[in-house]
Structure formats: structure tokens, C-alpha cells
Design a protein. Structure first.
Lengths: 292, 177
């Protein structure tokens, strides 16, 4: 027994090294399970504070671009106003309803919250964005994030009281359900980690005619993204003869280099949808609970 | 300025330069991520004990990890170079009494060639191990090799630039001091 202690003391540096190495690898591989619950909350608050200070300066450099985006968004909304339209028949008068939409029988499904970007990178293969809104402002996991002109940016993956972390579309593990505007066909958008100017769209069958410049929108199947929001435009069609599906390079609609203001979109039926999905899958696929 | 205060300031400067300058440079190429923060570990004084080196290395990496949202990745790599550092210094410095005349590793203390070898070995180990850990979860083998070489090259370039731009005024340590 004494020899064991002597041995440990003799090689204590090496054992410290091994111990800390194990700890860091454990951090790395248990990231999702453990960190989001425990450490990340505290660490996120601290990095968030520092990032906010830095961001106060950085914001000035992207103001011009941001202004243009907001102006474009306002323009598209102004064009929707009922005052812009006249009836051809002068005997018919246009009376504007004071309620903007029919509230009877309609439920709100998506709720938009504004947020500011405090930290963002595009250089890594796993890019995260930090926003200055958190639990205190009603942000929860799995909410979608849209840029200030309404194009898809990412999904919230971690929340602390005042800040949240967003898994950007420029993250090799990100997968978003999208559809083509022209034909409505569904596919999945992902990123190969190589060029932040191009995303990859898979799952569109070759029977459809595709041209470069076609618009890709978020699909109605997505649980977190509201449907019909811009994801990007097709920049290149890669011919892959081994499958019956296209591999399409998509130029993202959001400018990941200079994000400043974003919208966090909550799907108010998210919990219900995912719970039903999980439950029905379990019921059908588990043979023990399914006696027949 | 005491060693402790000097190194605390250095730590803050290196981490913020890495997080707010080098991680934010516009995308150059997918293989190139400029890394400089680990120079903090290379610059630690000779007098730091090996146990403390490990602890400092681990927390340096972890501090960066929480900014980049990759807990454990940089910590593991920094820990490795903190562990290997004393061995490399032992090999590269002459064994006579001039060994610890200076406080910390620098071109002046070790001469340029041994210092560059020291920096190169540790940079290569740091990037090799870090890219290896990333590669385990994503990427192809060729990517791994090219990325290690490219990032090591960029880091060496940055480190040499830093050494030339900011020569550290190191006092010659004598018994009377």
C-alpha cells in the first residue's frame, strides 16, 4: 500500500495531467447533456456581459448595412397596407376593418421577439451566435432565429437568465427543413463546414427542373421556423450521378458576417407538436406497448 | 511589475485578442483559423511548478472554450502543451548555470533557433491535438492533415511577428536583485 502512495507521489504531475485531460474530454463529449444544464448558464452570463461591452463598439461598424435591411423590411410591410389598393368600381367603398385579422377561430401560432446579437463567428465549423435575450425575456430552447430582414439564421440551443446561444445555420450539425418556392418540394438544408457563403440543400428529387437563382424558403413541416421565410437562393447545381436527388449549393439570405438585430420566433404549439410526435412514434414503434 | 500581475494582464489580453480579433477576422479559407492565445502558456515564467502549469493551462483553454462554445476542446490541447513544455525546455536549454538567468522563455533568453524550435513543437502539438479532437466528430483525414499544417504555419507567422513587434524587456536576473 505504501508503495502505491509512493508511486502516485512520484508521478503526481503525470496523474494530474491525466485527470485534467479526462475532465476536459468529458466536458467535450458530454457537452449537450451536462453543460447546458449546469455550467453553461453561469459561463454564458459571464461571456455575455463581456461580449455586450465589446458589442457596443462593434455595432457602429455594421449600422449602414443594418439600416438598409430594416428599411427593406419596412418597405415590404408598407406595400401590404390596404390603403395602397383601390377598387375599380367607384360605387364600392373600401372600409377597413379595425381588427387586422379575423380573430374568431384563429390562434396565434408564431410570436416574434426582437433581440440583439452580441457575439458571432463564421470561421469555425461550429458557429454559435450569442443574443442578449434569455430566460427572463421568455426565450426557450428550440426557438427559431430570423435576421432583421426575415431570413433564417439559426435555432436557440442554450439559455441563461439574460443571454441565449443560437446554433447558426453555419454549423455542421444544423439541419433545417426547407422547401422550394417554385414547386414546394421539401428538402433539408445543412452546411459542410467549408465555405460560409454556401449552404448545401439535399433531398430534392431530380425529376424537378431547377435553375440557379430559385428561392428556397422554410417549410411548413418545420417545428420551429415559421413557414415561407427566406433561407437563400440556389447558386449552383452539383451533378451527383449516384443518387436520384440533387445536391444544391445555396447562397444564404442572411448576411452572417454582419448580423446585428434579429428576431427570435416562438412556435406557441411547439411543445404540443413535439410531444405528439414523440408519443405516437413511441406507441407505434415499441412492440411491448402495442399488444397487437 | 510582479510576475503574477504581469501574467494576469497577459492572460486577459491574449484571450480578448483571440476572441475579438482573431476569431472575428473575415473568413480567409476553411483550413485557416489563426490561433495566438496559447502563446500565454509558452511565455509563463520558468519558475512556475509543473503542477501549476497544468492548472493554468487547463483554465486558459477553458476560458477560451466558453467564448467559442466548445467546452473541453481548447482546454485539452492547452493541457497537453502545458504538460510537455518543461521537457522541451529541458532539452533545448544548456545545462549549465546560465539556464535560469532570465525569467521566462524568449528569443533573448534561449537564442532564436532553440526558441523557434520550442515554439514550433508546442504549436504543432497544440494544433495537432485540437484538430484531431475536432476531426473525430467531423471531417475527412486529408482535411485533418492540411488543417494542422496550415494553422501551424499561420500561428508560427503570428508568433514570430509578435516577438519582433513586442520584444519583451527582460531583466537579467542576478543574485542581488
Amino acid at each position: 500500500m505504501r508503495n502505491v502512495f509512493l508511486f502516485i507521489r512520484r508521478y503526481k504531475t503525470f496523474f494530474t495531467f491525466l485527470l485534467l485531460q479526462v475532465v476536459s474530454l468529458w466536458f467535450l463529449y458530454n457537452y449537450n447533456k451536462f453543460h447546458r444544464a449546469k455550467f453553461l448558464g453561469v459561463a454564458n452570463e459571464m461571456t455575455g456581459r463581456i461580449n455586450t461591452q465589446y458589442n457596443k463598439v462593434e455595432d457602429y461598424f455594421v449600422l449602414r448595412e443594418e439600416n438598409r435591411r430594416v428599411h427593406r423590411m419596412n418597405d415590404s410591410l408598407l406595400n401590404l397596407l390596404p390603403q395602397n389598393f383601390v377598387r375599380a368600381d367607384t360605387s364600392v367603398q373600401l372600409v377597413q376593418d379595425s381588427v387586422l385579422f379575423d380573430t374568431s377561430g384563429n390562434f396565434r401560432r408564431y410570436y416574434f421577439r426582437p433581440a440583439g446579437v452580441v457575439y458571432n463567428t463564421v470561421n469555425s465549423q461550429k458557429n454559435y451566435i450569442q443574443l442578449n435575450r434569455g430566460l427572463n425575456h421568455g426565450i426557450k430552447d428550440n426557438m427559431a432565429v430570423l435576421s432583421s430582414d426575415g431570413s433564417a439564421v439559426g435555432v436557440v440551443v442554450g439559455v441563461s437568465p439574460n443571454f441565449c446561444q443560437v446554433m447558426s445555420l453555419l454549423h455542421v450539425q444544423q439541419k433545417v427543413n426547407v422547401s422550394l418556392k417554385k414547386s414546394g418540394d421539401f428538402g433539408t438544408i445543412e452546411w459542410d463546414g467549408k465555405d460560409p457563403r454556401l449552404l448545401t440543400l439535399r433531398g430534392i428529387p431530380k425529376s424537378i427542373e431547377i435553375k440557379t437563382g430559385d428561392t428556397v424558403l422554410t417549410s411548413t413541416y418545420s417545428f420551429n421556423f415559421p413557414p415561407g421565410k427566406l433561407v437563400g437562393t440556389i447558386a449552383e447545381v452539383v451533378t451527383d450521378k449516384s443518387t436520384n436527388f440533387y445536391v444544391l449549393r445555396v447562397k444564404p439570405g442572411a448576411r452572417f458576417y454582419n448580423l446585428q438585430q434579429v428576431f427570435v420566433v416562438e412556435n406557441l404549439q411547439y411543445t404540443e407538436q413535439t410531444a405528439l410526435n414523440l408519443e405516437s412514434r413511441k406507441r407505434i414503434e415499441d412492440p411491448k406497448k402495442n399488444p397487437k | 511589475m510582479s510576475d503574477l500581475l504581469r501574467n494576469i494582464i497577459r492572460f486577459a489580453v491574449f484571450i480578448s485578442i483571440q476572441v475579438y480579433v482573431l476569431n472575428k477576422v473575415p473568413h480567409l479559407h476553411r483550413f485557416i483559423t489563426p490561433y495566438l492565445y496559447f502563446l500565454f502558456i509558452l511565455w509563463l515564467p520558468f519558475s512556475v511548478s509543473r503542477q501549476w502549469l497544468l492548472v493554468i493551462g487547463f483554465f486558459t483553454g477553458l476560458a477560451l472554450d466558453y467564448f467559442t462554445m466548445t467546452p473541453g476542446l481548447h482546454a485539452a490541447a492547452c493541457l497537453l502543451i502545458a504538460y510537455v513544455r518543461p521537457f522541451i525546455i529541458n532539452i533545448l536549454t544548456p545545462k549549465d548555470s546560465t539556464e535560469f538567468n532570465y525569467r521566462e522563455p524568449s528569443p533573448k533568453a534561449m537564442q532564436w533557433t532553440p526558441y523557434l524550435v520550442y515554439v514550433f513543437i508546442l504549436t504543432f502539438l497544440h494544433h495537432g491535438y485540437m484538430v484531431f479532437l475536432q476531426w473525430l466528430s467531423f471531417g475527412s483525414f486529408l482535411d485533418f492533415i492540411v488543417k494542422v499544417i496550415a494553422t501551424t504555419g499561420i500561428s508560427m507567422l503570428l508568433i514570430v511577428t509578435v516577438e519582433l513587434l513586442f520584444p519583451r524587456k527582460l531583466k537579467f536576473r542576478t543574485n542581488t536583485a
